[in-house]
Design a protein around this ligand. Structure first.
Ligand code: ADP
Length: 175
């Protein structure tokens, strides 16, 4: 069986997972928010490896090593920019979670931590993002019950953490 949980923390400090997910941008060459924090903590070799990947489409995911971070891998995914909700934003955000889980399982990763993808500078509404995130991951875990031991969301602020926590509690009641 697997554990799903939320925690309020800085994702670069997490020590109980093999991979963390980066809410990157299409260039994969670093940015602000969680992306900047991950690059700062991993060190310059992360950027050097990212340069060899030639970017990433929105909704897709790519994997690198984690260098100075406590985990082993970073999975870089690019969330959609919220633009009112009529531009496939929900489907693209779901793809970020699905493709990150798929890439992790293909690489033998059994524990993974996500940030709140797209809800910072990309302005995706947090309640809707949390619902999509938790539903997509839960479906993946139900379809592949032996692939993971731990999936967690590492949220930077109390409000976001409470929203994801409520969603995780909701799906646990359904299981
Ligand atoms: P996006 O461009 O996908 O919206 P952001 O990095 O702007 O990504 O924000 C995504 C979420 O990550 C926000 O909730 C933000 O507060 C949070 N965040 C920022 N820094 C960190 C960090 N070091 N660890 C975890 N979450 C973080």
């Amino acid at each position: 069986m697997y554990l799903i949980k939320t925690i309020k923390n800085d994702i670069t400090k997490i020590t109980d997972v093999q991979a963390i997910v980066n809410a990157a941008n299409n260039s994969l060459l670093g940015g602000g928010g969680v992306d900047g924090a991950i690059h700062r903590a991993a060190g310059p070799r992360l950027l050097a490896e990212c340069r060899t990947l030639h970017g990433c489409e929105t909704g897709e995911a790519k994997i690198t090593k984690a260098y100075h971070l406590p985990c082993k891998y970073v999975i870089h995914t690019v969330g959609p920019i919220w633009n009112g909700g009529k531009n496939r934003e929900e489907e693209l955000l779901s793809s970020c979670y699905f493709n990150s889980m798929k890439l992790a399982s293909e690489n033998g990763i059994r524990s993974i931590a996500f940030p709140s993808i797209s809800t910072g500078v990309y302005r995706f509404p947090v309640e809707l993002a949390a619902k999509i995130a938790v539903n997509t991951v839960n479906k993946f875990l139900q379809d592949h019950p032996d692939k993971f031991d731990l999936v967690e969301w590492v949220l930077f602020d109390s409000h976001t953490e409470s929203v994801y926590k409520a969603e995780v509690e909701r799906i646990k009641k359904l299981c």
